[in-house]
Write a protein that binds this ligand. Structure first.
Ligand code: GAL
Length: 616
């Protein structure tokens, strides 16, 4: 056995899968939420009508299960006991004796329909409606204390009430109360609400108390576990990509919002899509990227824009986003229900391997997303982001299939089949996404590149020392701001995170002039955990990536099997040829990939695990 090297913080091999596996998040949750359809103007009739349509239309049998109430349900927090009171004017079945309201009659009804029930809260003292206005509809009432309906100071009490007593199965926890209740909020200044010194500065990670935010959400996770010994819950973190949530949500909850709110506009959909699209390695069964709820049915995705509606739905499905309908289903046309109910597309989303699609081709105009399925087959989405028709070419190589053998494609929207070798031209209408299942001859028979199995890779440490906003995300007009101000800056810390088939800052993988079309790009001082089911060997060609701006550093690559060092390289400098790192990993269920810099005080360089694969 090799002697383990000196340990650096977070790089110590653990021999275990550390990402979140509690709750019911093994597959992306599917369901309905009131917000995009009704905003805070939500009531029991609307919720039950939507639930009934989900059942009657057959959507429930296709997997849509969670019926989630968003902002607007609460009336106040009674004093001095702190018990939450439901707005019975809008949720009449909640009226109980002596003012002790309960959602139990509603959750019982939903459960009796074969559905699950979701509730919503905020991690601060106040709600988003109270923080940012939202027209004031159904804002909490009463004294200053009574209006403090958020979880802050009441986490254990509220989670016990919502899950033990009221019987909910899902909670979305927003973060407005820890973001916007500083002394400069006009409602705070005028004494309507108490000051909450913001823990989140949306525009500055350095002014955000990341650890304090994480600790609050961890407290909720702990309470959820206590209140749900059967593990039947989903914990949805809604921090809109702030507070460096990308780096820790996979330790704390099942879903994590990657961006600000989606809107029913094409540009906004692109923004939310982009916030998750390059983060395939940050999603795995148990904890998923959440680019926000669907807007299929409304605005640019309504019954007059079925091409756009199909694109939005296909992209969310292939990215393993939660499929949460945000539409007043009472208005649904058969065409829209057919989109939401497309079993083939849903099957991609619910595929057991849990691999978020990886970008095989990426430009501002056209993208090709490829997802490796549990049966070893592929799904591919070719997406025309532009408003003009576009001719694309799909290469066998995009699918990691060999050029010479035939590739079979089945169009999941039209049902049409086609076959090609080498390359296939495809004509795309404006905004169209063509989605296929594909089979062919794999370039790597009997093995899987790690970039084909992102759902089995957990980025335990990604080497980022100073989180930076991501400049690659489409910036659009924010509907609630219009063109006031200076427009949208890059947002969402995570730039430089680990990437499948790319270097951390988006360049192609390359070591000393040698390109790699397969591999993992990540900063040094990182540790990746990889689940190994039945493979015997790990193999990669490793070195400092040519995208590094720093040519002075040296890096060592280490490979662990179930916590034991099984192979390592010597110290490698910039421009040095890729070294082979391979080892027998038979019977080792967790393989860990560690790279470390010789000088841990330096800002780590990008490194490449070229052709990194698990092999028979
Ligand atoms: C936002 C959240 C939305 C919705 C809204 C309710 O912060 O991102 O999805 O929940 O609050 O006020």
């Amino acid at each position: 056995m090799l002697a383990p090297p000196a340990l650096a913080e977070g790089l110590e091999a653990r021999g275990e899968w550390s990402a979140y596996e509690k709750g019911h998040g093994q597959l992306p949750p599917m369901g309905w939420n009131s917000w995009n359809a009704f905003y805070s103007d939500v009531d029991e009739e609307k919720v039950l009508a939507s639930a009934q349509i989900i059942v009657d239309s057959g959507l429930a049998s296709r997997g849509y299960r969670y019926i989630n109430i968003d902002d607007g349900w609460w009336l106040k927090r009674s004093q001095p006991d702190g018990r939450m009171i439901i707005r019975t004017a809008t949720f009449p079945s909640a009226a109980g004796k002596s003012g002790r309201t309960s959602f139990r009659p509603l959750t019982d009804r939903l459960h009796a329909m074969g559905l699950k029930a979701g509730i919503y809260s905020d991690i601060g003292r106040n709600s988003c409606g109270q923080t940012f206005g939202h027209g004031g509809k159904n804002n909490p009432a009463g004294t200053l204390e009574e209006r403090e309906v958020g979880l802050f100071g009441h986490i254990d009490q509220d989670i016990a009430l919502y899950f033990d007593e009221w019987g909910f199965d899902f909670i979305k926890v927003d973060g407005c109360g820890i973001r916007g209740m500083g002394a400069d909020n006009p409602n705070v200044a005028s004494g309507i609400y108490r000051t909450f010194e913001p823990l989140i500065d949306f525009n500055s990670i350095a002014r955000t108390d990341v650890r304090a935010v994480q600790a609050l959400y961890q407290h909720v996770a702990d309470a959820l576990e206590r209140s749900n010994p059967d593990g039947d819950f989903v914990f949805s973190i809604c921090l809109w990509g702030s507070a460096d949530v990308r780096s820790w949500a996979h330790d704390v909850g099942n879903l994590s919002r990657t961006s600000e709110d989606i809107g029913p506009q094409w540009g906004r959909m692109l923004h939310n899509l982009d916030s998750a699209a390059r983060r395939a390695l940050y999603a795995q069964p148990g904890s998923w990227n959440d680019p926000d709820m669907l807007f299929v049915g409304t605005g640019d995705f309504d019954a007059h824009h079925l091409v756009e509606a199909r694109s939005h739905f296909s992209l969310w499905a292939i990215l393993n986003a939660p499929l949460i309908i945000g539409y007043d289903l009472r208005e649904a046309t058969p065409d829209l229900l057919a989109i939401l109910g497309n079993e083939q597309i849903i099957a991609l989303n619910q595929d057991a391997a849990g691999n978020q699609a990886v970008l095989a081709f990426d430009t501002d105009d056209l993208q090709i997303y490829v997802k490796t399925l549990a049966d070893g087959g592929k799904a591919v989405a070719i997406f025309n982001r532009t408003a003009a028709p576009l001719n694309a070419t799909l290469d066998a190589a995009h699918l990691k299939f060999v050029d010479k053998a035939p590739v079979q494609l089945t169009d999941l929207w039209s049902g049409e089949s086609l076959s090609f070798s080498g390359e296939q031209p495809l004509a795309l209408a404006p905004h169209e996404t063509r989605v296929f299942r594909a089979s062919g001859t794999r370039q790597l028979p009997g093995g899987l590149y790690l970039s084909e199995m992102p759902g089995s890779v957990n980025v335990a440490e990604d080497g980022i020392v100073h989180p930076e906003p991501d400049p690659s995300i489409h910036r659009t007009i924010i509907s609630w701001q219009g063109t006031h101000g200076a427009g949208e800056p890059p947002r969402y810390a995570g730039w430089g995170g680990a990437r499948a088939d790319r270097a951390p800052y988006g360049q192609h993988l390359q070591i000393a002039g040698r390109p790699f079309s397969n591999g993992i790009g990540v900063l040094a001082n990182s540790r990746l955990e990889v689940r190994n089911k039945n493979f015997r060997r790990f193999s990669a060609m490793v070195g400092i990536d040519d995208s590094s701006a720093d040519t002075a550093q040296r890096v060592r690559f280490e490979l662990y099997g179930d916590g034991e060092l099984v192979a390592q390289t010597s110290w490698i400098g910039f421009g040095q040829q890729a070294q082979t790192l391979s080892a027998d990993v038979e019977g080792r269920s967790i393989v860990e990939l560690v790279s470390r810099t010789a000088d841990p005080t330096e800002r780590p360089v990008p490194v490449t695990w070229g052709d990194a694969a698990l092999l028979q």
